[in-house]
Design a protein around this ligand. Sequence first.
Ligand SMILES: Cc1cc2nc3c(=O)[nH]c(=O)nc-3n(C[C@H](O)[C@H](O)[C@H](O)COP(=O)(O)OP(=O)(O)OC[C@H]3O[C@@H](n4cnc5c(N)ncnc54)[C@H](O)[C@@H]3O)c2cc1C
Length: 375
Amino acid sequence: MARIKKDGLIIVGGGLAGSLAALAMAKLRPEVPLLLIEEKDSFGGDHIWSFIDCALEKNERWLIDPLIAHRWPGYYVSFPGHNRKLKLDYSSISGQRLDGAVREALRPDQYRLGTRAAAVRENEVVLPGGEVIRADGAIDARGASALSLLTLGWHKFLGHEYEFARPHRVDQPVLIDATIEQVDGLHFAHILPLSDTRLLIADSYISDKPDLDTAALEQRIEAYVKLRGWKGGNLARRESGILPLARSDDVHAFWRGAAARVAKLGLRGGYFHPSTGHTLADAVRTAILLAQRPDFSGAALHDFFEADVAQLWKKREFYRSFNAMLFDAPNGERRNILERLYRLDAEVIARFHATRLTMVDRMRLSGVKAAKTER
Ligand SMILES: Cc1cc2nc3c(=O)[nH]c(=O)nc-3n(C[C@H](O)[C@H](O)[C@H](O)COP(=O)(O)OP(=O)(O)OC[C@H]3O[C@@H](n4cnc5c(N)ncnc54)[C@H](O)[C@@H]3O)c2cc1C
């Protein structure tokens, strides 16, 4: 069995979290030997990741700003009894830009594309042919795993990106259009205007079940396009996701269950917004944290990120009780709860998405919960 010894760090998984971690290492710690391993032929994949700008700290912007493909000064939400335009900056990065940035920042000897890791251990990676690459430490960023160890709800969607012959006249993203028929939990459309003629339309659900009936969702997207009067759209791209929403507490069991003693980032490490399943803000933060570590041994990285994610989950306990309330509500009521959330001050909504709720915000959100029982 061939063994290659490298000092420094191996990151396995060149998706969102692994690529951002590699970019932060290249910028802040160029002296540390680095290897990024990705099984596909490009980094990031064919993805668009959106985020509310205030979810990032000012001193984190340098990592994400070069990757931004779209930026809007606000977005809409729409419920049966309440339409609103929120003036909260909203941006998207693309897999294409992430791929370009990683190839530019890393030397060719610092990454391997089209390479599948068979096993990731504390300080080594095993490739299918038996080759073992050793380093001071390895990080597993291969996406979701061991989610069955958590009690979860799901944010699931099918997205179609259409190129229309004529302008669609959507000037800003529609984060939630929940005016449509309610099926499978909370049902809403999510729309991103990518150009005057291009829209990403996602048929989305906050659901108890992690399954996607693709044929049914396709039909609902087509019905929505018709309802909105958009004609002659050519399907340019499709995407789908089934993202976890946290309801239980035991992140330690999850962390250990996903592979003992190996440091993990991204979904693999439990880094996701408990109520949206989004990971971008956490991925930026952990990438920079990684690059600031004094010790890249596998054991030190494992202990550091295990403690970090445990602290994060403790801080975000409120979201899990909010989710529990949402999931315990009967199907139709879920939309009413979210509608009440989106009637609050824009600053509270921003802090909800940025996981920076204050004590007063929590009290106001508890009011959103209490209103449920008054109805
Ligand atoms: C369609 C979609 C849209 C989303 N939109 C948003 C959004 O707008 N905003 C947001 O914040 N979040 C969004 N998410 C949620 C979340 O941010 C993404 O799932 C994100 O990609 C998770 O990052 P990650 O690095 O943990 O995993 P991934 O990005 O999935 O990266 C894992 C990488 O590991 C590679 N890999 C897997 N196994 C191996 C192996 N054995 N060897 C080598 N490489 C391997 C994979 O090919 C992949 O590139 C979206 C998710 C999906 C699916």
